[in-house]
Design a protein around this ligand. Structure first.
Ligand code: 5CA
Length: 450
């Protein structure tokens, strides 16, 4: 992509309405624009990162055996009246009346609709287990939308729902989600710690939230610092193996880690004092087991092998896809701007031409752009007639992890400069060697389906 042809409306001034760094940087880097309180347009750069995050979520859900689908954003209120949540959900639900006077709503979550789809189509234990998910816009009329995409009113969420014959099977689905979430967040360069939490309006008393530690986080959390030493890494896992998934759950949830909703001073007191931590965190996901709450209310039953009719055991599992952009930036930035982890970066490398209009420099940049594209990478070539300082500042602000700087002086010696955004370290390399190095760096960070 040529920057001169792209739409990247970066702001010079720091927007005064933004209170936290991720919101400020998303506005300054031209990623989002507010349309109404808590509702945003996703400008090209922001949209590109949103799509990368979404694709990682898809890949990891499908790897765990979960089936993608899509439900509408606008729903009839009827099912919600049947489950009792139409009244119980409260002011956060955006209620709409259509021209025929029918009660509608903008989906804040979709337990009712998916349960209706299930009950209309599944009646035998033979069709279980089943887990389907979607990535879809949600609306919650938050009383205080703030911090940009972090607490929006309209936000993008992955919501998955499991249907199982027994509690044990549903707990396996729960564990499978826990494992897939650990993998998902690590691919985005994040450490998200599962913590015991409260069910809230979704329900159920067995639930974990995934929290990214950050001073600006909205949740207060209490944990044993040993949980921060855990990482899933690149281990292989058989998602069908009850033992393996249970083992991961135990490894990651046995040490004390809770949000303030379920915090227990006595249990926390048993953690060695030097490892006791109180901090703040950003909730980037939550998994729930709620048994037969919705299947009882909506009559979602299956016939067992013995011919008995039983309510299915369910859980639901969410990831805050749009919130993740904010969480990643909170965890990865410096004074000059964003530092994208390789897994989610909008472009893989920036190409900065120090002397636009110089025939040799222009040709070298174009050749680099072509070579990277041929390797399946996405470069952003700053081909504007601008000062080098301005070009560097833009690249630092938008946070591409690698920058190739091309100038007549280096080209005389047959080299370009490859710079890491994270460390600031540069090395001089032949253009082909720079391309080869980027191919190697990104070998483990390919997101398919873009
Ligand atoms: N039905 C369940 C699981 S699918 C559910 O709705 N869970 S939730 O309420 O915890 O939401 C899932 C995730 O969406 C949260 O962990 C959070 O990361 C994200 N989220 C929730 N509210 C907002 C909001 N107002 N703005 C941005 N992200 C949000």
């Amino acid at each position: 992509m040529r920057l001169s042809r792209y739409f990247l409306p970066v702001l010079k001034e720091t927007p005064s309405e933004a209170q936290i760094v991720s919101h400020r940087l998303m506005l300054r880097a031209g990623m989002i624009k507010q349309s109404a309180a808590g509702i945003y347009s996703w400008l090209p750069l922001g949209f590109k990162v949103l799509r990368k995050i979404e694709n990682i979520v898809h890949e990891e859900q499908m790897r765990a055996g979960h089936i993608p689908m899509q439900m509408p954003t606008l729903q009839s209120a009827d099912l919600w009246k049947e489950s009792g949540r139409y009244d119980a959900y409260g002011e956060e639900m955006l209620r709409i009346t259509d021209r025929h006077g029918r009660d509608m709503l903008y989906t804040p979550t979709a337990e009712e609709l998916i349960t209706d789809i299930f009950r209309s189509n599944v009646s035998s234990y033979k069709d279980l287990p089943l887990t389907m998910y979607q990535i879809q816009w949600k609306f919650r009329d938050e009383i205080r939308p703030r911090f940009g995409v972090m607490r929006g009113r309209e936000f993008y969420m992955k919501d998955g729902y499991n249907f199982d014959l027994s509690k044990e099977d549903a707990l396996h689905a729960y564990n499978r989600h826990l494992v897939s979430y650990l993998r998902t967040y690590e691919r985005m360069g994040l450490q998200a710690i599962p913590m015991r939490a409260d069910g809230g309006p979704i329900g159920g008393d067995y639930t974990h939230e995934f929290l990214v530690l950050a001073e600006t986080g909205e949740s207060e959390v209490f944990y044993d610092s040993a949980v921060t030493d855990l990482s899933f890494g690149d281990r292989e896992i058989d998602y069908d193996s009850v033992e393996q998934c249970q083992g991961v759950l135990e490894e990651f949830t046995t040490k004390y880690a809770r949000t303030d909703e379920t915090h227990d001073e006595a249990l926390f007191g048993a953690v060695p004092e030097e490892r006791r931590r109180t901090a703040r965190g950003i909730e980037v996901g939550q998994i729930f087991y709620f048994g037969t709450k919705y299947s009882d209310a909506l009559g979602a039953q299956v016939q067992t092998a013995e011919g008995e009719k039983v309510s299915v055991h369910m859980g639901s599992h969410g990831i805050g896809v749009s919130r993740l952009l904010g969480a990643i930036i909170e965890a990865s930035h410096d004074d000059n701007g964003i530092i994208w982890p390789e897994g989610v970066t909008p472009f893989h490398a920036g190409i900065v031409n120090l002397k636009q209009g110089d025939a040799e420099a222009d040709a070298a940049c174009e050749a680099l752009e072509k070579a990277l594209e041929a390797a399946g990478l996405e470069p952003l070539y700053d081909d504007r007639k601008e000062r080098a300082g301005g070009k560097f500042a833009t690249m630092d602000l938008i946070g591409l992890p690698w920058r190739i700087t091309v100038g007549p002086r280096g080209l005389k010696n047959g080299v370009v400069e490859l710079t890491s955004r994270r460390t600031g370290e540069s090395e001089e390399l032949a253009p082909e060697a720079a391309v080869a190095k980027l191919i190697e760096i990104y070998a483990d960070h390919r997101v398919t389906g873009l």
